[in-house]
Design a protein around this ligand. Sequence first.
Ligand SMILES: NC(=O)C1=CN([C@@H]2O[C@H](COP(=O)(O)OP(=O)(O)OC[C@H]3O[C@@H](n4cnc5c(N)ncnc54)[C@H](OP(=O)(O)O)[C@@H]3O)[C@@H](O)[C@H]2O)[C@@H](O)CC1
Ligand SMILES: Nc1ncnc2c1ncn2[C@@H]1O[C@H](COP(=O)(O)OP(=O)(O)O)[C@@H](O)[C@H]1O
Ligand SMILES: [K+]
Length: 504
Amino acid sequence: MKILSAQQIREADAYTIEHEPVSSLQLMERAAAECAGWLVHTFGEALPYYIFCGMGNNGGDGLVIARLLHEAGLSVHAYMVHHSGKPSADNAANQERFPDVYHIHALPEFPDLPEAGIIVDAIFGTGLSRPVEGWTAGILHKLNDLGTKHTIVSIDMPSGLMADQSSLHAPCVHARYTLSFEFYKLAFLLPENAARAGSVEVLRIGLHPDYTATVQTPYHLTDGHIIRTIYQPRDPFAHKGTYGHALVIAGSHGKMGAAILATKACLRAGAGLVSVHVPQCGYNILQSTVPEAMCVTDEEITFSSQFHEPFRLHQAPEYAAIGIGPGIGTHTATAGALEKLLQLYHKPMVLDADALNIISAYPALLAKIPEDSILTPHPREFERLFGATDNQFDRLRLLSAKAVELRLYILLKGRYSAMACPDGAVYFNPTGNPGMATGGSGDVLTGILTGLLSQGYAPKAALLLGAWLHGLAGDQAVIDISEEALVAEDIVYYLGQAWLNIQK
Ligand SMILES: NC(=O)C1=CN([C@@H]2O[C@H](COP(=O)(O)OP(=O)(O)OC[C@H]3O[C@@H](n4cnc5c(N)ncnc54)[C@H](OP(=O)(O)O)[C@@H]3O)[C@@H](O)[C@H]2O)[C@@H](O)CC1
Ligand SMILES: Nc1ncnc2c1ncn2[C@@H]1O[C@H](COP(=O)(O)OP(=O)(O)O)[C@@H](O)[C@H]1O
Ligand SMILES: [K+]
């Protein structure tokens, strides 16, 4: 699904009006009818609705919702917040059709809302052009104060939030639900707005498909459709050589679990053969916990340039894919071994965790990473690699710029992991849940990505599919075992359910 800017959403609106054709008032009626339908379906008919409208078209939607709910016999109280001088034309037209509105010109006029009900926030939408200030900001704070007693539902956007630029410190409604028209907005996907949009419901309002099909945007939300075009069924005549020999370099004394998780995930992602490279102290652990994998060991207590037979660093190029980093530590000898590996290996690889921390300490290594490799930093690792930013929109721009400059895929982990591609596109992954905020989840992702590369998925395909499967496995797992009880190994185990789900 494409993610459009506020300007592009306005263009989609105008295109629909011209080419469907439909009047802007009819389009507003359609959008509001979807909202009214969702509200009644979700909250029923007994509760009172307090509908706060602004003076633009977002307020126009609020007025239509008020009229439709009133006509359906529900208890409706509508308010007009006079934040600006003049209403938009469609707002004015709908005030005429539903004049039973209480007007607010100053903060003391804010009403009492004695009976618990549904607050509909239709003050500002995509037309917000600057942070809300003065008494209007006070109205947004008052609504938030009421959020414990009432349920706040924002129309299209939580008022105060800008769709495609940071409103980090600006006053903003904290909605329980946001009914977003047709698309996700970029702002919903960034953690700095986590408390604002609540649960986002995308309502179809019939914007013209031709505009959406042709409009160019760097931002996308991965969806089932994209994933189904990526997925390749296995060849009935396949043998284990068909799906590549992957190498996982992970673990050190006290962190052998990272190697186990990444190796198991690599196997369950479908690699034909998996070798795991661990220090000597991990040999028995790996052989007994992951019998499907071959284990090669290092003389040292972590990954270093000293190897026992049968693995020698110069054999590294023979592997179809390499995933390196979980739990390897940042010892100088490990940094040296990573540097050698980068000199020897020229296919796309996966770099995570301590491999990234080493590169932060030796930034010259960045330029040596094979083109089209996948880096999977969490936010702190990202900051160590590329520096801090003032807000998460700037961080997103930095993420994309680095992917383009270095010709790498970079997955910035989070609720919606952001995956930047060398061509400047950024995909957000929607699967996953807070149960996955548990040690080792990232090691599983490294293993999955390595396994997908190994069996022949191109780096971009491996990235989008891997992130999707990882989150989906977590989502399948919590159905049975809860978010709290989920541990990283469950994500590995439920990978099977995730694969079955995308094959439906
Ligand atoms: N997309 C679609 O297809 C459809 C979209 N629709 C709906 O239209 C909405 C967009 O409507 P919109 O463009 O009229 O903007 P909106 O959000 O109501 O705000 C504009 C008002 O706010 C004001 N204002 C701005 N910033 C301010 C501030 N900081 N502090 C104070 N005032 C501020 C600005 O006045 P200003 O003072 O800037 O002149 C103006 O009065 C969209 O979110 C969706 O709900 C549907 O109806 C149909 C289909
Ligand atoms: N709230 C969440 N929603 C969705 N995914 C999450 C959430 N919390 C964590 N994850 C996922 O879990 C993984 C955690 O990775 P990471 O922080 O590297 O963990 P570790 O270093 O312990 O392995 C990432 O892929 C991240 O996207
Ligand atoms: K709103």
